[in-house]
Design a protein around this ligand. Structure first.
Ligand SMILES: [Zn+2]
Length: 196
């Protein structure tokens, strides 16, 4: 659920039946179909209520606010990384692309240091370190090259970023976090031997 929102049972007064709309809820992240909410004087402006989390989403033509929650939650993350990962995903729903990328760059450094890299290195150094240690899965060389290229471009100054770049960073981080923390947390030492 979106951080900072206190959920209690909500009764949306006079909500109507609307034409069904499929969307990914920006609050709970579920892929839903809703036909419940409000319409205004203009037919292209509507508010739909999520039937999973009961939170509202505003649609203006094809625009959705907040946008769909991207990527997934990952288990067994270090506390600071988990907080940044959650922030990044919700920043994406309000089109804060630059902040998404800055947080992802910070996480890449954090997870590298957590796995044994030295502190104080450059962003691309950490990406190379993760790759050299086998944390970047085979077949992701194109994505890896894009991430390093984006990192080089924004090495010394903050520039406005594009949604495609934020997408790539989230995809790259999700892959690493699942592989480095969720899977390793689910496979406890000795499991392989016990299971043959
Ligand atoms: Zn929802």
């Amino acid at each position: 659920m979106r951080p900072g929102i206190f959920i209690e049972p909500l009764n949306w007064i006079n909500a109507d039946k609307l034409p069904s709309r499929d969307y990914i809820c920006g609050h709970c992240g579920k892929d839903i179909s809703s036909s419940h909410g409000y319409t205004g004087s203009a037919d292209y402006a509507k508010i739909y209520i999520c039937h999973r989390c009961n939170q509202p989403t505003f649609f203006y033509g094809s625009k959705q606010v907040p946008g769909g929650l991207p990527a997934r939650s990952v288990d067994h993350l270090p506390t600071e990384v988990e907080a940044l990962w959650t922030e990044s995903r919700y920043a994406y729903t309000v089109q804060a692309w630059t902040l998404v990328i800055m947080a992802c760059r910070k996480m890449l450094m954090n997870i590298s240091v957590a796995k044994g890299a030295s502190e104080g290195r450059g962003f691309v150094d950490y990406v190379d370190w993760l790759d050299s240690k086998g944390y970047v899965p085979p077949g992701s060389s194109t994505l890896l090259a894009e991430i390093k290229d984006f990192g080089n471009k924004a090495n010394h100054k903050i520039i406005p970023r594009q949604p495609e770049e934020a997408d790539r960073f989230l995809t790259f981080l999700e892959m690493l976090l699942v592989f480095m923390f969720q899977y390793s947390g689910e496979v406890a030492p000795g499991d392989h031997a016990q299971n043959g």
